[in-house]
Design a protein around this ligand. Sequence first.
Ligand SMILES: O=c1[nH]cnc2c1ncn2[C@H]1C[C@H](O)[C@@H](CO)O1
Ligand SMILES: [Zn+2]
Length: 349
Amino acid sequence: MVMNDTVRRQLAALPKADLHVHLDGSVKPGTVLDLAARKGIELPADTAEGLLPYMRVTDECENLVEYLSKFQFVLRFMQDAESIERIAFELIEQAAAENVIYIEVRFGPHLHTNEGLTHDEAIAAALRGLRRGEERFGIAVGLIVINMRHESEEVNREVTAAALRFRGQGVVAVDLAGDEAGYPASLFRELFRPARESGMPVTIHAGEAAGAANIEEAVVGLGAARLGHGVRLREDGRVYELVRERGIPLEMCPISNMQTKAVAGWEAYPLRDYLRDGLKVTVNTDNRTVSDTTLTKEYEMLILRCGLTIEEIAATVRNSLDAAFAEPSAREALKARLQSACVELGIAL
Ligand SMILES: O=c1[nH]cnc2c1ncn2[C@H]1C[C@H](O)[C@@H](CO)O1
Ligand SMILES: [Zn+2]
């Protein structure tokens, strides 16, 4: 498949969904410039362009741990409610510009408490920004609260409790992110117990920097209803079947997966095989700024480097809407929008 003008037009107009995007990985460099000036923080460059090397990874990134080191730079500017709200709003604005109709944004509240914000205040600020974006751009939004693998049990217990307090007010799920190879999923069974017991959906970053055993533990031990990445699922046939039989959606993030070296290269990227094998594959950005990506760019790479068709791209969007942590009626309405757009665009769905 090549990218002719018809496909480009179809891609641009296709309604999209992003289930896996980190707030702190998607900050616009121009916003950092502005926030730094207001806060009197000195920057290593005085243009948006000049800040990019500090905010994005290069192809030379060796692994997930190196990738994660990029987040420190922006977190300094995300320690007050107003900045968090603004950055959340601007993320919805960026998504709206490429026809995203549904988005679940995720962030780790504890990363925003260095200057005294509480977890609840950080969550409330993110929700205000998302709501404002939702109203302005007509996009349906949800917030996923992240527990970080390197944080203490006590901190993560509090983060989870805060997430549960905001259930029904915009927080749709809890997640586990950070250094997967250094902190296996099995350490977090107890942490996710309250979420499991209260029916709050759980999604877990797994099978990105560690193998299929971590995916099995995420599903069986932690109760994951979806998996962040899941790229390395094919390493174990038994776990592969488990995920396929249960229809557990994979939140794949192709460009990020290349950068963290979760796979050797595009030739080895398993997304097309997973999709054709009936796994519930979804396509997401992970971090718009850190990974220098957009959903359109992710789709283009999948078409050019993995041979996906526009129909298969549309099928991944439908998978995302099916997998959305949203009310069934909202999911159906979004799917109807996708369906009618596909009819108009001549894409068989
Ligand atoms: O792809 C990822 N894998 C694991 N952790 C990640 C990934 N992208 C971002 N994070 C971490 C770094 C951020 O500071 C944190 C909260 O968004 O989540
Ligand atoms: Zn992620």
